[in-house]
Ligand binder design. Structure first.
Ligand code: SAM
Length: 253
């Protein structure tokens, strides 16, 4: 059944109104009409099976038939700090990372980021990333859309550390070292519902200063397997590993 996130102010008792671009999708792309069913997702109460009760050019009104008991959220909150990269790499990370269960994405202007975002460009980019996260959340049947944080400076990244249980630095150099810290050694200690902040470098990796300052601030360097991954692959490896650890491991059919 087609799914739509509907902001809290558009719900009243058992009635909800879908507005904006989703109206076009429901009426023109899906060709739905009065009487058809869809899933509406409330930001706090989650998904509900609904039936379309009225259609105008401005909104699609639905009535809730049943609240659904489903939750596909990763049971640890993972915030991905992604250094700005070339082209559409950040968009790829947000789309695939949303499918894999990321909680938040935080764009970061790294020392070696080739791309630069100024104020106006940053606002537009974040708006586009938020749209990608919404579509990927609908596609992957999540009940929450990851938030796209505003662009972070290095100092803001250090301050952010206080809000997390775990702060991790994905460091390619660990993969080249004999005495690396394996990801497994950290995963085994993370508990359900804890908050994890993990930082990924751009194409050229982190600068020496960034690494030493992050390590001094308490970030744990980690390797993500023995191969050097592209900047857009590394967060997906990390999230997949967490899904295995917290959602799949030890579960027999
Ligand atoms: N030549 C760069 C370097 O040595 O850092 C490669 C950077 S890699 C393309 C981009 C980012 O992905 C790295 O900064 C790191 O955050 C992450 N990364 C890639 N492979 C990794 C690995 N095996 N272990 C840990 N992090 C990795």
């Amino acid at each position: 059944m087609q799914r739509y996130f509907v902001e809290g102010s558009n719900w009243e008792n058992k009635r909800l109104w879908i507005t904006g671009e989703d109206v076009h999708h429901i009426l023109r792309v899906m060709r739905m009409e009065k009487g058809d069913k869809l899933v509406g997702i409330h930001p706090q109460h989650g998904p509900a099976r609904c039936r379309i009760s009225e259609v105008t050019s401005e909104h699609v009104e639905c009535l809730v038939e049943e609240w659904l008991e489903e939750n596909r959220e990763l049971p640890v909150q993972v915030s991905i700090v992604q250094s700005l990269g070339k082209g559409d790499k950040l968009e790829q990370v947000v789309q695939k990372g949303t499918e894999l269960g990321a909680y938040t994405f935080i764009p970061y202007q790294a020392d070696r980021s080739v791309a630069k975002w100024d104020g106006k460009k940053a606002a537009k980019k974040i708006q586009r990333l938020q749209k990608i996260a919404k579509e990927a959340s609908e596609q992957s049947e999540r009940i929450r859309i990851p938030e796209i944080h505003s662009l972070l400076s290095f100092q803001e990244l250090i301050y952010l550390k206080e809000e997390y249980d775990w702060c991790i630095l994905a460091h390619a150099e660990e993969a080249r070292s004999e005495s690396f810290r394996p990801l497994a050694s950290i995963l085994e200690r993370i508990k359900l519902d804890e908050k994890v902040l993990v930082v990924f470098g751009p194409e050229g990796g982190f600068s020496e200063n960034e690494i030493s300052d992050l390590v001094n601030a308490g970030f744990l360097t980690v390797r993500l397997g023995p191969r050097i991954l592209r900047m857009e692959t590394a967060p997906l490896y990390f999230l997949s590993t967490l899904s295995y650890q917290f959602e799949e491991r030890g579960k027999n059919s």
